[in-house]
Design a protein around this ligand. Structure first.
Ligand code: NAD
Length: 479
């Protein structure tokens, strides 16, 4: 796999106003190789190729033909899972066992989106004898997809799958810190036989390539995953063109454990989720709300299990947790740990940078647990994106709901209880796009995913995912 070219118009091309630059292995802090990035002229080229493909072969193709191509892509993707997992873990430091688990599910996501491509239909609308009206679902057009560094292939899959099924064409701009695995997708699209320009892949900086894609008059929609602050900038940059936007943004998920829960299972899920992806996932239960009667037991379980997490080389299958994906994220996590200490939260595990043997310059941090966290503390309110759990005591449903809903986020939430009535009552009142009961982080292609409040606009996955990439056209015909 070569990473020194951009994938535009079905060809591997040298950047015009970008270039090559090193991508860093976060476990060593050293570059592992050079990767191409594009500038504004490269984005222009990619958008022109996507527009041409939209007007030409892709738009004219029958839905079942698009579905067949997507199925072929899914089959090829399945043969590359291990290679893609290795590329992504080297580039962003995620433990290989996690990359294999996540990326191993992607072929099923692609099969799901393929299965939707030829099921799009409208409805007929009663008018009068001489007039016939009906609706059709038509693709939005050229989509700029902008993805984050934590889960590059997952974000690309969740966006490109429905966009292509809907009949859109795409320019994918992955994050500057972890561009490699997204570029690797180009080979699979090429091999599957997608017409030139249907998918274009241009890594690049947010402030140049990203902003240019957002402002571009020939881009009809931006599908973005990343931080809320970036989304606000994107809205302003794109305002002049009134294009469409969908946003998958941050989270600060409450993971509520009631005293009547199966505490062992709840703790397994809560500790696993606190440190997964080294804390770098929007869906994690970074706020653990524990009812008073079981509080000491859960706190002790967190302290004990933090010490059991194997932190180290992400490419070692025995590793549970790799490094933070880049140096700025490491600094951010360490800053938040200091903030937690200064605010008076009780640091019961971790709290320091780690230097595993042979990887002394890597961006490792200990699995960290704060107990006795009070609502309103910054470590309780803000997305840290590091392996830092904040445990908060509560008494009764009302207090749990108030704390759970007390942030600007509303992406995911979890609750554990043995009382089915309570499960319904509490789930119904949580501000979140996805609520898990007696399970956590169970996400599949068929279940809509997305945020309320400042966690996002729109839904990915499920049948709803296609709504973001379709317009409804109403045709009224006089007979
Ligand atoms: P980020 O906002 O810094 O960057 C995301 C992408 O935006 C990158 O490709 C970046 O180059 C680009 N970008 C930056 N500035 C831009 C600009 N001015 N114009 C256009 N593009 C620009 O986010 P990140 O740090 O890469 O990712 C972490 C964030 O993503 C966290 O907040 C996390 O919660 C969120 N996230 C959300 C989901 C979800 O499904 N809701 C999934 C994964 C990550």
């Amino acid at each position: 796999m070569q990473f020194d070219r951009l994938y535009i118009g079905g060809e591997w091309v040298k950047p015009i106003d970008g270039g090559l630059r090193p991508s860093t292995d976060p476990s060593t802090g050293r570059p592992w190789g050079d990767v191409a990035y594009g500038g504004r002229a490269d984005v222009d080229r990619a958008v022109a190729a996507a527009r041409e493909a939209f007007a030409g072969p892709w738009r004219k193709m029958a839905p079942w033909e698009r579905a067949a191509l997507l199925r072929k892509f899914a089959d090829l993707y399945a043969t590359r899972v291990e290679a893609l997992a290795q590329i992504e873990s080297r580039d962003n430091g995620r433990a290989i066992r996690e990359s294999r688990g996540d990326i191993g599910l992607h072929p099923q996501y692609w099969q799901w989106f393929a299965s939707l491509a030829d099921k799009l239909s409208g409805r007929t609308i009663p008018m009068d004898d001489s007039v016939h009206a009906f609706t059709s679902r038509v693709p939005v057009g050229v989509v700029g997809t902008i993805t984050p560094w934590n889960v590059p292939l997952m974000a690309a899959t969740w966006k490109l799958g429905p966009a292509l099924a809907a009949g859109c064409t795409v320019v994918l701009k992955p994050a500057e810190q972890t561009p490699a695995s997204s570029l690797a997708l180009g080979e699979i699209f090429q091999e599957a036989g997608f017409p030139a320009g249907v998918v274009n892949i241009v890594p690049g900086d947010g402030a140049t390539a990203g902003a240019h894609l957002v402002a571009h008059a020939d881009v009809d929609k931006i599908a973005f995953t990343g931080e809320g602050a970036t989304a606000k900038t994107i809205l302003k940059t794109g305002a002049d063109t009134l294009k469409r936007f969908s946003f998958e943004l941050g989270g600060k998920a409450p993971h509520i454990i009631f005293a009547d829960a199966d505490v062992e299972q709840a703790v397994n899920a809560a500790t696993g989720s606190a440190w997964a992806l080294c804390g770098q996932s929007c869906a994690l239960g970074s706020r653990v709300l524990v009812e008073s009667p079981i509080y000491d037991r859960v706190v002790e379980a967190f302290r004990e299990r933090a010490g059991r997490v194997r932190v180290g080389n992400p490419l070692d299958p025995a590793t549970h947790m790799g490094p933070q994906a880049h140096a700025e994220q490491l600094a951010k996590t360490l800053d938040y740990i200091e903030l937690g200490k200064a605010a008076g939260a009780n640091l019961i595990a971790g709290g320091s940078r780690l230097a595993p043997s042979g990887m002394e310059n890597g961006y490792f941090v200990e699995p960290t647990v704060f107990a006795d966290v009070a609502p309103g503390m910054r470590i309780e309110q803000e997305e840290i994106f590091g392996p830092v759990a904040a445990i908060i005591p509560f008494d009764g449903e009302e207090e749990a709901i108030a704390i759970a809903n007390g942030t600007r986020y509303g992406l995911t939430a979890g609750l554990w209880t043995g009382d089915v009535g309570r499960a319904h009552r509490v789930a119904n009142r949580i501000d979140a796009g996805m609520v898990w009961v007696n399970t956590f982080r169970y996400i599949r292609w068929s279940t809509p995913y997305g945020g309320v409040k400042q966690s996002g606009w729109g839904r990915e996955n499920g049948i709803e995912a296609l709504d973001s990439y379709l317009e409804t056209r109403t045709t009224v015909i006089s007979t």
